[in-house]
Design a binder for this molecule. Structure first.
Ligand code: GRF
Length: 201
């Protein structure tokens, strides 16, 4: 499955996808890594593997829709058929959603619907949860709201170092994002309203 990975930062989730693609255990072809930030380290991770990269700054566009239109143009030109958002810190519009219907997934560092938004693991940590975790979900027109594919929970101790919790969650992200991406590549995910059904292989 020809995919794009959208990032804004370090790209550790991207790195896992690249590694598994190289090991031929993930049936994707990463055609493009797109970032909205020039200095996203993930761009270097892609370039190290010869994966084409593109940076689009929202400052160069007059609206979210115009920004999304350019993203769609770049991705379609690269033959992309599905999109994995891995730390992409922008809200996308129906312009983007309609270009890849039912083919956009996102990893969020909290057990949705709890703690949506830009700092899911930090919000959970401050709340003093005993269980934290991460979610891979389909992207819809609302933020962190689409049908859930996989979740993974980790124990959390109230007041612990948020960085410890962040790393514990990230470890699970690196497990469930490739798994969800593989199921997407196998065409086994059926969206039924709020539910995602995994079809037999
Ligand atoms: C992850 O915690 C992800 O859940 C969140 O942004 C972070 C991306 O990390 N959306 P990385 O850039 O993949 O290392």
């Amino acid at each position: 499955l020809p995919i794009a990975v959208l990032i804004s930062g370090d790209g550790s989730n991207l790195q896992v996808l690249i590694n598994k693609m190289e090991e031929r255990i993930l049936d994707v072809d990463i055609k493009m890594v797109l970032s909205n930030r020039e200095n996203a380290y993930g761009l270097k991770r892609a370039q190290a593997y010869g994966i084409p990269t593109c940076t689009l700054s929202h400052k160069d566009f007059s609206s979210r829709e115009e920004f999304d239109g350019e993203m769609v143009r770049v991705l379609k030109e690269s033959g992309v058929e599905a999109v994995v958002m891995a730390g992409f810190m922008r809200i996308i519009t129906p312009v983007f959603l309609s270009a890849f219907p039912g083919k956009i997934i996102n990893i969020h560092p909290a057990l949705l619907p709890a703690f949506p938004g830009v700092d899911g693991q930090g919000d959970a940590s401050k709340y003093g949860v005993r269980l934290a975790g991460c979610t891979v979900h389909f992207v819809d027109e609302k933020m962190d709201h689409g049908a859930i594919i996989i979740q993974s929970a980790v124990p959390a101790s109230p007041g612990e170092d948020p960085e410890d919790l962040r790393l514990r969650i990230l470890e699970q992200e690196h497990r469930i994002l490739p798994q969800a991406t593989q199921w997407l590549a196998e065409g086994r995910l059926r969206i039924d309203g709020r539910f995602v059904k995994l079809e037999e292989d």
